[in-house]
Design a protein around this ligand. Structure first.
Ligand code: FES
Ligand SMILES: [Fe+2]
Length: 365
């Protein structure tokens, strides 16, 4: 006789749609973490409309210095203009759509390599080969499309949406918390950058960084150095930003006697450090629904030798690897589709619920 329980539908595992999941304190449906269609909506509703970190100002240190990035569907070129101001443009030529700048570098103008149209650092068309033979060709009316560029100290951010609130307004109260904690992004120079592909959806990484519920089990080293319980681990949340602060377990031992702190800006930016010793930024760049690139910039005092920086970067990577391992296993769980909605803890994971709502609102609008 076959076991009849094998044929019973278990209501606990019937997929609940995103709106109901948020209402009931469940995770977004698993297919939100695996479906290319969802990522396509996020590219427009999130990455097309929010502030995203693009690099350190030292990479744009003189007029003409530029770098290129991809924000969702939008290729962007960010540069230092002739007046020394930061400017950003959609990196799409208004002739037939080729990029006007590739990689990074320093130039007095941007020349599209397809047909050679040339743009000034102010984004205006300076010249288009053979256009002088074209009656009615109004070069003065042609320019690159602008994006918003702003900075938190030397950290440069871009938002493709010209209507979006300012970076400072979006960072909101996190700026005050950072100031109180003595965090200054201008404190140390950029000393190293790293990039890692992780086999998971970008939201698996985001969810993880909303909580330190996992710290007790996933990060034994961190847990031994910092308080990770609800009584000590402080989370301050604002609309699109939040701050985490963990006090050291053994203040005064010299090694770890300063707070761990982390500042987050929706959707994909974090800066994290220990006291004023050093800090690093991380950014998540979705490659596809199941793959995300993690980019880190590391900031250390000039007085640190290259070998010391290298050693510290490796130490930080050890902590990150503990997370990456769980990210990739969570992604396998999501792809099964058979456990479509997880059950969250209302208090411990309240920030996760908050970012779920941001995500849902952005792609449902
Ligand atoms: S597409 Fe840029 S010059 Fe033709
Ligand atoms: Fe972690």
């Amino acid at each position: 006789m076959p076991d009849p329980t094998n044929h019973v539908v278990d209501d606990a595992f019937v997929r609940v749609d995103a709106a109901e999941a948020i209402e009931r304190g469940l995770t977004l449906p698993a297919d939100w973490y695996t479906d290319p269609e969802v990522l396509a909506r996020e590219e427009v509703g999130i990455f097309g409309r929010e502030w995203q970190y693009v690099g350190h100002a030292s990479r744009l240190d003189k007029p003409g210095a530029y770098l290129t990035v991809q924000l969702g569907r939008v290729p962007v070129v960010v540069l230092r203009d002739a007046d020394g101001e930061l400017a950003g443009y959609v990196n799409v030529c208004p002739h037939r759509g080729h990029a006007v700048a590739l990689d990074s570098g320093c130039r007095g103008s941007l020349q599209c390599r397809y047909h050679g149209w040339t743009f000034g650092l102010d984004g205006r068309l300076r010249g288009a080969p053979r256009s002088d033979r074209e009656p009615g060709f109004d070069a003065g009316a042609i320019h690159l499309r602008r994006v918003q560029v702003d900075a938190w100290g030397p950290l440069v951010f871009v938002n493709p949406d010209l209507q979006a609130p300012s970076l400072a307004d979006t960072l909101g109260g996190v700026l005050d918390v950072a100031r109180e904690r003595g965090f200054d992004p201008a404190l140390h120079p950029l000393r190293a950058t790293r990039e890692w592909p992780i086999r998971c959806n970008w939201k698996v990484m985001l969810d993880n960084n909303t909580e330190c519920y996992h710290c007790a089990t996933v990060h034994p080293g961190f847990r031994s150095e910092y308080h990770v319980d609800r009584e000590h681990y402080r989370v301050t949340a604002f609309e699109k930003s939040f701050a985490h602060v963990a006090p050291p377990r053994r203040p005064g031992d010299g090694e770890r006697d300063e707070d761990f702190h982390l500042y987050y800006l929706w959707p994909t930016f974090m800066a994290s450090g220990r006291g004023r010793d050093y800090f690093y930024t991380y950014t998540y760049v979705p490659v596809d629904a199941n793959t995300t690139l993690q980019r880190n910039d590391y900031f250390f005092p000039e007085s640190c030798s290259d070998a010391e920086v290298e050693h510290a970067v490796e130490q930080i990577a050890c902590l990150m690897r503990e997370d990456w391992d769980v990210f990739e296993r969570v992604q396998i769980g999501m792809r099964s589709g058979l456990v479509p909605n997880g059950r969250l803890l209302h208090d411990e994971e309240r920030l996760l619920r908050h970012v779920q709502r941001l995500c849902f609102d952005a792609v449902s609008a």
